[in-house]
Design a protein around this ligand. Sequence first.
Ligand code: 11C
Length: 345
Amino acid sequence: SNYHVAVVGATGAVGQQMLKTLEERDFPIGSLKLLSSKRSAGKIISFKGKEYTVEEATPEAFEGVQIALFSAGGSVSKALAPEAVKRGAIVVDNTSAFRMDSNVPLVVPEVNEKALTNHNGIIANPNCSTIQMVVALEPIREKYGLKKVVVSTYQAVSGAGLEAIEEMKQQTKDILEGNEFTPEILPVGGDKKHYQIAFNAIPQIDLFQDNGYTFEEMKMINETKKIMEMAGLEVAATCVRLPVETGHSESVYIETEKGGATVAELKELLATAPGVTLQDDPANQVYPLASECVGKNDVFVGRIRQDLDRDNGYHMWIVSDNLLKGAAWNSVQIAESLVKLDLLS
Ligand code: 11C
C-alpha cells in the first residue's frame, strides 16, 4: 500500500536529501506534505515532477499523516513530534531531542533494526558521525567483541546546515580576495564566539558540556553505547570541523575483546558487511575520501592497520556522506524497515 508522508524541515540541508532519497528509493508515497518553519512556508519544491507548496508545520498539519520524517531542529521536534504521534503518525526524528529517551529506539538498521519493534510512535535517527562509525564497527563487534573505541572526526560544514556551507564559501572567497570578514555561524550558531572555518580546523562542534567534552562528542559516546546495547563499552571522541562541504571522515582506534584477528580477516569481514564499501589498498593509494563519498549511501572503510603495541588494537578510516547515511538515507531506511516489518498502522 501507499503511505501518507510528511517531511518536516523540507527546505533544509537534510530535508532536501530526504526528498531526493524518497524519490530515488521510490518509497510508496500516497500523499506528501512538505512542512517547515513559518519563514520557509510558501516555497515551492518539486518532487517526482510535481510541485508542492511548503506549509507551516503546526499540530493540525499532521492530521492523516502516517509517517513523519523530522529534521528541523530539536525544538521543533520536541514541540511537534508528540503532536504528530497523537494524530496517529509514526515519527522518524533526525534531531537529538529524543535519542537518549529510554522508550525511544535509536536505530541504525544494519546494527539494531529489531529495536524498531519496541517503538512508541517516535523513532530516533542517530547523529551523523555516530551512524557511520557503528555501521563499520558492528560486524567487528559481532565476530570479535568490542572493548574500546577512540575516535577523532574530521567533519564537513553541511552538518551545521546550508547557512554554514554558505559561510565557508564566502569566507574562502573573502580570504582569497583579501576582503575583511566576520565569522557569524561556526563553530556553533548558539555560542558566544565564532571562528574562521576557511583554511582552518575547529575543535568544537556544538556546545561545551560541564565535563569539557562538546555535545557532539557526548552524542557519539552515548549514542554508540545505546545503539550497540553496550553500556560498558569504553568510548572517547574528539570532534573537529574542517572546511569540507560534505562527507564526514573519522580516524577510529578500536580494541576488540578477542585479540589475534589479522588485518586481512577484518578486511574480508568488512568487504561483505551490509552498508559498507571497503576501499583499502595502500599499494595503489586506495582509501576512502570525503570528496568521493558524496551522493552515495554507503559507509566507506579503509586504512585498516594493526596497532603496533596491542594485538587486539586496530586503526581505520571511516568516511560517509553525512547528509545521506548520516541523516536522510538512514531516516528513509528506517521508514523502509517499518514497512518491511509491518510496523506501520
Ligand atoms: C554536525 N553532527 O556535523 C552534526 C550535525 O544531532 O543530528 C547533526 C546534529 C544532530 O554538525
